[in-house]
Ligand binder design. Structure first.
Ligand code: 5AD
Ligand code: SF4
Length: 438
């Protein structure tokens, strides 16, 4: 069989880190099986893929205007594929609205990319499809860091969230497959891994082969035994599953990066109940305190949704109170966005006027900026250990501390892939500047 000619793939990725990894899988599969290589120039591409997000409404609106633009500018022969969560939830409606789209591939069907790519009109969006044991081709991206999916789907029913409808029920990837993947990446030079899932710390409750249950803590212990792997990160965990066993492992395992995402969503116990988050304001605060007490240098990040239907001023003040008590190192803020296939749609009559939502969002952002500046400034004068990973065009080298603070220094590619002590000389709200200590 003659080798197929080399073709160009332009891929745009929206949304979360799961989507980034899915895009890496798409790139690797199309390279291995269909001889595609990537291009950053959409106009020379033979295949254009958008890997979409549907968590909030805006990215969905953006999708249609964007593919319209792509269709005008692309080569005549180029195909367009829509993948990811919006593909799952809109399915063949995408082709009805945009008939020039060649295929639609849902977030849970990524392993079928090599089959749909040459099938005009293909729509694969089955949310019961299980590719938890599919071996994707090797992706070979960033030398020093890798990301590995540990589960697909989500079993929670957070009432605002479309993800269970787009990514389906949660299935864990077998532990030995995860370990093998990380070992391979370490053999290729990786020193850091991020374990990915919609709800990582509920890992191990259901496998497609019906094997015995295990836990996320056990997975962390096994992954940390891998020689040559220096740093383990994970996202996103759920505060509900941060039991003592997990928190203690997080605190004492030296390979685990001391930065943790604790998605609060709301500080009000009654809104948390309406969101079906499974914890109260007090429960969240207790866990955050335990983590800060055990690990003084920990950085805690969070997600907050303001203006969930029915959120009173008092509820919102509870959110502000939690922010003041925990003093998050980073907050990802969102204004509630009503999504199809979610339970919160039933609360339509309690929706909060947009101006109130915007004002609450601004208040969260402004308060958070103060905390961020204080946190970052407190590093000035300290010596921190940094894993350097990328060279910037301005001659700076960037890396991250163990608690995942970004640091820039003047230097060369000799620093890449190494852990180096740095004296911090300056700070902005999002990054530190320093000098390498020789
Ligand atoms: N509206 C606003 N924010 C949302 N998120 C998820 N669904 C919605 C929604 N309908 C936010 C949550 C979640 C993050 C990934 O996106 O904060 O943690
Ligand atoms: Fe959505 Fe909740 Fe699952 Fe996160 S845990 S993906 S917010 S349903």
């Amino acid at each position: 069989m003659s080798k197929e000619e080399n073709k160009k793939l332009f891929i745009e990725t929206l949304g979360c880190q799961m989507n980034d990894t899915d895009s890496q899988h798409i790139i690797a599969e199309l390279k291995e099986h269909k001889n595609y290589s990537t291009t950053r120039n959409m106009e020379e591409a033979d295949l254009i893929i958008i890997n979409t997000c549907s968590v909030r409404e805006k990215p969905v609106q953006k999708l249609f205007s964007e593919i319209g633009q792509f269709n005008k500018k692309k080569k005549d022969s180029a195909k367009i594929g829509v993948c990811g969560c919006t593909a799952s939830h809109l399915g063949d409606d995408i082709m009805k609205r945009a008939p020039y789209v060649d295929f639609v591939l849902g977030a849970r069907n990524i392993s079928k990319i090599k089959d749909v790519v040459d099938k005009k009109g293909a729509v694969e969006i089955d949310i019961d499809y299980d590719d938890s044991t599919y071996q994707f081709a090797a992706s070979g991206m960033n030398m020093y860091k890798t990301s590995v999916n540990i589960s697909i789907g989500c079993d929670k029913e957070c009432t605002y969230c479309i993800v269970p409808a787009t990514r389906g029920e949660e299935i864990s990837i077998p532990l030995e497959m995860i370990v093998e993947q990380v070992q391979k990446d370490v053999a290729n030079g990786a020193v850091e891994v991020t374990l990915l899932g919609q709800n990582v710390n509920s890992y191990g409750r259901r496998f497609s082969d019906g094997r015995e249950k295990t836990s996320f803590t056990k997975l962390l212990q096994e992954v940390s035994k891998i020689d040559g792997l220096e740093r383990i990160r994970f996202t996103s965990p759920h505060p509900l599953h941060m039991d003592d066993e997990f928190i203690e492992e997080f605190a004492k395992n030296p390979k685990i990066s001391k930065c943790i995402h604790m998605p609060l969503q709301s500080g009000s116990s009654s809104i948390l109940k309406a969101m079906k988050r499974g914890y109260s304001k007090e429960g969240f605060l207790k866990r955050a305190k335990k983590i800060r007490d055990l690990i003084p240098e920990v950085r805690i990040t969070t997600d907050i949704i303001v203006a969930f239907p029915g959120e009173t001023q008092e509820d919102f003040e509870d959110t502000i109170d939690v922010i003041k008590q925990v003093r998050f190192d980073q907050i990802f803020n969102f204004k509630y966005s009503a999504r199809p296939n979610t339970q919160a749609l039933e609360l339509e009559d309690k929706e909060i006027p947009d101006e109130i939502g915007s004002a609450r969002l601004t208040e969260v952002i402004e308060l958070h900026k103060l905390h961020q500046s204080e946190h970052m400034d407190s590093n000035i004068g300290k010596t921190v250990n940094v894993l350097f990973e990328s060279l910037k065009p301005n001659g700076e080298v960037s890396g991250f501390t163990d608690n995942y603070c970004q640091v820039f220094v003047k230097g060369s590619d000799e620093l890449l892939g190494r852990f180096v002590d740095v004296k911090i000389t300056g700070a902005t709200r999002t990054a530190l500047k320093g000098e390498v200590i020789n």
